[in-house]
Design a protein around this ligand. Sequence first.
Ligand code: GLU
Length: 493
Amino acid sequence: MPDTPVRVRYAPSPTGAPHIGNIRTALFNWLFARHGGGSFVVRIEDTDVERKVPGALEEILDSLRWLNLDWDEGPEVGGSFGPYLQSQRLPLYKEMAERLVAQGDAYVCYCSPERLDEMRREQIQRKEPPRYDRRCRFLSAYERAELETQGLRSVVRFAIPLEGETTFHDLLRGDITYQNAVLDDFVLLKSDGYPTYHLANVTDDHLMQITHVMRAEEWIPSTPRHVLLYRALGFEPPLFAHMPMILGPDRSKLSKRHGATSLAAYREQGYLPEAIFNFLALLGWSYDERAEILSREEVVRSFTLERVGKTAAIFNIEKLDWMNGVYIRQLSVDQLADRLMPFLEAGLPPEAPRPLSREFVEKVVPLIQERLKKLDEAADLTSFLFVEKIRYDPHLLIGKNMTAAEALHALRISREKLAQSGSFDAAHLESIFRPLAEELKLKPGQLFGILRVATTGRTIAPPLFQTMEVLGRERCSRRIEEALTLLEPLAAG
Ligand code: GLU
């Protein structure tokens, strides 16, 4: 199909929060479409009524929007091949099923769920693969008419060729062949009138003129069934490319055990969409052997199937954390402040006055931008800047290899120096306290440590003098007073 414009689709089922692997499939389809000037279609496969989860559809669309993956056709935007929700296309599937029955490629099956269960149990006991025994496939016309009159619940099954094999071509893996004998007469139409995944998927990929089916590797066993269906319906099958699996660092399938698996969880932890985009693009695709930080435009420009791997991709969370840090550092102070506002609103202790001052947040940003890996770390890192009162163990005020009396003395002198200092900017503060350490015969780290605990309540905090500048003269002085009050009894005792 050299001249056919590329049409790919992302076909999620709204059965829960979208899994990160599923979003990777969406991304690869989107990239393939955008690279080739084709169309990216979103189709919602909501025919499994029991597994449908309220709100899941919205969450799927939200995830796409968050990653800035726009769709040309699908829910909300429409398109000329709609509707794009399978639950709104039931007559189309019914028609296909009837056509297959009429031409002898499918048949109505009246077997009860109880019979099927019993059969399955026996097959498992005999160590045979569980599958339908095709009883209804070979009913005589008379038997069929007889069963019809009983008003039994029935399904429509596909009649798999009893012999031979089915081969399809995978653009990444080459030819894949299945013996028809291992395929069972799978259900096309369920007793509730809904199609199965197989029937709906094939019908829609055909009617929506999808050129390339790019989906996860786990769907490979479905593909011979689909190919047989395409043939029976007289449709040209699309091209297939099955994307490599995503594994955890222990090489088992990515699951909850490896941490968060839904995209929403990553978003809530403060991963940036730009970082997730970049990271997911490299889960199974590579630009070259080395390139890691790639802009959206670069990925679109260079995305081809030739560079999609066959071997499983390893989800390395440390790499994602590193990448997120890189993207955080690329933001301007203003942009990072924007992104941090909701995380600070949610994460800072209740005693921090709300609404937060956006202007103050902008002052805080440079203190943490260098070391922030995830936006949700910001509240903890900076809470001492937003609350009035800090609480800490007074013993922290006494540095290593120092006595309480020495710490008290150093802090008293520091108070005086601060009171005399004209300006309160970081450089000036440093120019006061570095020489003071020497005067007091302390290592700079010892003196700075006391000041750090006194002003922030912590032994580890953002750079001291910048932090003091942001805190301001008044708050620093007050905190040092409080620290002196805490130290005095320790020095006396
Ligand atoms: N509805 C299937 C899913 O949830 C789609 C599989 C396919 O792309 O064919 O992944």
